[in-house]
Design a protein around this ligand. Structure first.
Ligand code: GH3
Ligand code: MG
Ligand code: MG
Length: 366
């Protein structure tokens, strides 16, 4: 936003120094734990897991700078306050830099607040940002219309600072609670990577995308070798630590934002690699096998190596295919089985192509 009112009017930088975690500055029963991450609603899972504390971000949208100034005075102490003076500016800000909540004027020249709200709710990346209308026109029909568009609240101008602060706090609390739940629903509690539920959901999304775009899609299935023996020899606690370490290593092998690693179950992990050709996925899988080996976690009863190793099955969808996502997972599973059968600590892969499945050479991890 080039014409940021706070910069023009000399109100100072809205990105004020963060004195305390916001929730701890609030009294009352709605307070959330201070370790609650501040999360943008369209944040991918990796970013959710890495979120750190920050001041909640409010976007105030109003064509009258005096109204923005009032809101700035009400909120600047506890929030990062951003400003937009038109609907178009507000939309562009929300898409590029999603705030935690929007305070939205209804009557504005050009795109009015109702239209802005409708557009925010229509886009996946912005649909979950709570919108509070702030307006001088508070008849029941307008309020009903605003709420039907997905706004969470309606506040009358001129605003009462205590009331608007309390309402914003309530809606932010709800927003952060649902962010946290969303995070927990898709997270594996032991390793901190995605869980099976998220993997299944994303796989069908990526399968549909690959089918539409005719781009390749690769899946990796990975299983720790002789992990039962590892637990028996070193104990379950060490087993859990080992799984955590493997999860971290696998995550660090992925470079593209769309790639993901999930705990598929027990000591199995799975990766989705959108738009990744077989050869590139094979390089990645081979790298994963090597990197886990290089962790040098002692496993003296393995029989494969004196350290923990993994077996990997890779399957790539290339071009049109009559099957479904399960066929791709099934093929990766078969390849994992082949890797186990042919000695463990290695990668096997195949391409799913129409009704023909082409097997690729085994890549021994040694
Ligand atoms: P293979 O090389 O054929 O995969 O042999 P394996 O011993 O790894 O396979 P098996 O399926 O016989 O045993 C898997 C073991 O993984 C048994 C189970 O106790 C262990 N395991 C599964 N989930 C966890 C977990 O969350 N923590 C720990 N510590 N162990 C787990
Ligand atoms: Mg195993
Ligand atoms: Mg297993």
């Amino acid at each position: 936003m080039t014409d940021h009112p706070s910069e023009k009017t000399g109100w100072g930088n809205p990105l004020l120094t963060w004195h305390k975690v916001w929730f701890n500055t609030q009294s009352g029963t709605n307070s959330l734990p201070s370790n609650l991450p501040m999360i943008a609603l369209d944040t991918p899972m990796d970013a959710l897991l890495d979120s750190t504390h920050g001041k909640p971000r409010l976007l105030v949208v109003d064509d009258q700078p005096i109204n923005i100034q009032v809101m700035h005075q009400v909120f600047a102490g506890d929030y990062q306050v951003f400003m937009a003076t038109s609907g178009a500016q507000a939309l562009s800000f929300c898409i590029n830099n999603p705030p935690d909540l929007v305070l939205l004027d209804v009557v504005m020249p050009g795109m009015d607040g109702f239209e802005v709200c409708a557009q925010l709710k229509a886009h996946e990346a912005t649909a979950n940002i709570p919108v509070i209308f702030v307006t001088a026109h508070t008849d029941a029909a307008q309020e009903t219309h605003g709420l039907s568009l997905g706004a969470v609240d309606f506040i009358a101008k001129p605003v009462n600072p205590a009331v608007v602060r309390a309402r914003v706090k309530t809606h932010l609390t709800l927003k952060f609670q649902s962010d946290l739940l969303r995070k927990l629903v898709f997270m594996d509690g032991l390793t901190g990577v995605y869980n099976r539920r998220y993997f299944d959901q994303q796989l069908s999304v990526e399968w549909a995308r690959a089918a539409r775009s005719k781009l390749p899609l690769s899946i990796i299935m990975l299983d720790v070798d002789f992990f039962k023996r590892f637990n028996d020899r070193y104990g379950h606690q060490a087993g859990d630590d080992c799984l955590r370490q493997i999860a971290l290593t696998l995550k660090s092998c992925l470079k593209r934002p769309a790639d993901l690693v999930a705990r598929y179950g027990g000591e199995e992990f799975a990766c989705i690699l959108p738009d990744t050709r077989f050869d590139d996925a094979m390089v990645l899988a081979t790298n994963m096998e090597r990197r886990v080996r290089e962790q040098e976690i002692a496993h003296e009863n393995s029989g494969v190596a004196p350290v923990v190793t993994v077996s990997i099955g890779l399957a790539t969808l290339a071009g049109d295919c009559d099957g479904d996502a399960l066929a791709l997972v099934g093929l990766a599973d078969t390849q994992l089985y082949n890797a186990k059968q042919s000695g463990r600590g290695r990668v096997c892969g195949a391409i799913l192509q129409g009704s023909a499945t082409r097997k690729m050479p085994v890549h021994d991890g040694e």
